[in-house]
Ligand binder design. Structure first.
Ligand code: AHG
Ligand code: MN
Ligand code: MN
Length: 329
């Protein structure tokens, strides 16, 4: 099979749309570049902490060694600002959005979780980067504004994630299906490995922090019991890594449901709508899956603030609908 690199694929996709300007293609390429840099440094994380010195100290080039999520955040910001196609970003690691003064004519804003599941790094379990792209609604030539970011998820023009696991893989959509690219480390290129991903319509797996069980709603508890007893065949397997990217990636490929319901501590949900749930919902829907807050489609929630949280039930369509049927009894 001929090797198709991410950059080549992006250009081929762009050529299918005669009116495409290439701006979005450039942006996606730069996100790919940022994730290669993050990947390189993540693979040395254990060395930096335990062999090469303390993470709080100065590194060999005299630069301050930052926590990895701050590092990933600054790499993404640099690559996106350099890209020329992005007028501003919002990130889990930034209190408010950042407008790029030197990119007032760019058309897109990007929201991201630079490192998802970052507590997993200490134990060498998979982590990820999640991103969501909107076309700005404010005027070109001026700084982007909060409204450019606070758009409903169904307005996303692209979304994706990178999973840093036993391999590194970038999965993205521009609303025309979902494609996955595995990093071939010897040539430093993401290569198309999972074209046109479709998620199975029924789950084999459920993913939830079941330690919170006692504070779940009655409906969620009953759905979990359904997963455990599953009358049709056999009980679902419980798989929970505690890194949304890794849990959703597995379920996307194998079939499954991921849920982060309301708990006593997080009555409105824990996960963030704009840079965790929206991009994952866009991907899942594009792969034939479904994502809801228990009642409403995630992509139709009108956000009111950048770091808004929501409950989420996401994955195989029939299984998410099953969960909803228990929740809305
Ligand atoms: P982050 O590392 O970006 O803060 O995200 C962690 C999130 C998500 O990846 C994961 O699914 C969830 O937190 C796990 O939460 P619990 O430890 O409460 O289960
Ligand atoms: Mn996260
Ligand atoms: Mn994070």
């Amino acid at each position: 099979m001929r090797l198709v690199t991410l950059d080549e694929f992006i250009i081929e996709e762009q050529e299918r749309y005669p009116n495409a300007t290439g701006e979005l293609s450039g942006l996606l390429r730069d996100i790919g570049l940022a994730s290669k840099i993050v990947n390189r440094d993540l693979s040395r994380a254990g060395l930096v902490d335990s062999i090469l010195g303390d993470a709080e100290k100065t590194n060999i080039q005299g630069e301050e060694v930052k926590k990895l999520d701050e590092f990933a955040n600054s790499i993404l910001i640099k690559c996106l600002q350099n890209s020329g196609e992005c007028c501003g970003i919002a990130s889990e690691e930034e209190d408010t959005f950042v407008a790029f003064d030197n990119r007032k004519n760019a058309s897109y804003v990007v929201l991201f979780d630079p490192l998802d599941g970052s507590s997993n790094i200490d134990v060498i379990a998979p982590v990820g980067t999640i991103f969501s792209v909107f076309k700005r609604i404010s005027k070109h030539g001026e700084n982007c504004v909060l409204e450019d970011f606070l758009q409903k998820g169904d307005q996303q023009v692209a979304a994706g994630y990178v999973i840093y696991g036993s391999s590194t893989m970038l999965v993205y959509t521009t609303g025309n299906g979902v494609n996955g690219f595995t990093l071939e480390p010897s040539i430093g290129e993401f290569c198309l490995s999972h074209p046109s991903i479709q998620t199975p319509s029924n789950a084999k797996t459920y993913s939830v922090n079941q330690g919170n069980y006692n504070s779940f709603s009655e409906g969620t508890k009953q759905f979990i019991e359904y997963c455990q007893e599953n009358t049709d065949k056999k009980a679902y397997s419980l798989r929970y890594i505690g890194s949304m990217v890794a849990d959703i990636h597995r379920n996307l490929l194998k079939g499954g449901i991921f849920l982060y319901p309301a708990t006593k501590d997080t009555p409105g949900g824990k996960l963030r709508l704009m840079y965790e749930c929206n991009p994952m919902a866009f991907l899942q829907e594009q792969a034939g899956g479904k994502a809801s807050d228990g009642t409403n489609r995630i992509l139709e929630i009108k956000p009111t603030k950048l770091h808004e949280r929501t409950t989420i039930y996401i994955g195989s369509k029939a299984t998410v609908e099953k969960a909803e049927s228990y929740l809305n009894k």
